[in-house]
Design a protein around this ligand. Sequence first.
Ligand SMILES: [Zn+2]
Length: 305
Amino acid sequence: MKKPLLQAIKERPLLGDGAMGTQLMLAGLEQGNCGEEWNLTHPDKVLAIQRRYADAGSDCIITNTFGGSRIMLNRHGHANDVAPINAAGVAIAREAFGGREGFVLGDIGPFGGLMEPYGDFTEAQVREAFTEQARALVDAGADAIIIETQTSLEELQIGIDAARDAGAACIIGSMAYDVTLDGSTFRTMMGVDPERAAEFMRDAGVDIVALNCGTGMDMERARQAVQRYRDVVQLPVMAQPNAGQPKLVNMKVKYDETPEQMVTGVAPLLEAGTNIIGACCGSTPDHIRAFRAAMDQYLAARTRA
Ligand SMILES: [Zn+2]
C-alpha cells in the first residue's frame, strides 16, 4: 500500500518537480494559449514533460491544471471542460511515474482576477470555481491539493475551503513573495509577510505551508522564507523557487539560473527543515536531476553521521 504524502514526508524530505508553463512553451504552446487544454488535446506532450521530471527523480508531480478553474478556462472558451481537463491532468501525472511510487499534487492556481470590491468577481463565483476544480482533482485521485502562487489570504482561504470540501487527503497552501525594492525583506503583492501567511494557513487548517514563484526569490530567499515559517508554525514546509530571473533573449523568455547555480541552495534548504523541495518558473528536468543528486548526497551524509 502506498504511504500517504504526510506519512512519507515524516520519513524523509521529498523532491518536487520543475516548471510546467515554460516547458509547455518549449513544446510548442504559444504565449496566451490554454496550456491546460493540452491535457485533452496533447496529452502525450504533457506526459513527456512530466515523465522527464519523474525520470529526473521527482517524488511529487504537480498536475498541469494551474489555470484549470472555470474562471480561467472560460477565458479560452473551455468552461465546460473543467472536470475532464482536471481529471486528465491527474491521470497524466500519475502515468508519468510509470507505476513506481510517487505523489500527484492537484494544482489550483489563482483565478486570475480580483474579487469585489476591487474587481469584478464575487466571492461566491470564486468559491464555486475552486470547489468544482478541487472536486475534479480529488475525484480523479490526486494525493494532495496545492493552492499555489497565492498573494491574497482571502483567495487562499477560498482555495483551502474548496480543497477541504472536496475531501483532499492533504492541503498545501503556497504563497508567492516578491523581494521589496530595498531588498530588505519580501512579501506578497498584496502585502502579506511570511509569518502572517504561515499563521493564517495553520489556522485555516492546511497540512503543509509552502512558497513558490515570486520575484527575486532565489534559493537563499526561499530558505529565509522556510525559516520564517518554521519560526511561527510547526507544520511541514515546501519550497519551489524560480530558476532566477526572466530575461528576454531573442524574443524568448529565458531564466538565468543554471542547475549548477541553483543546486547550491538545496543543502541549506534541507538544513532549514524543508520537507519538499521543487522549483518553479524556468526550471527544467536538468535542475531537478541536480536537486536529486544533492538531496541524495545530503541524506546519505546525514545517515553516516
Ligand atoms: Zn513560477
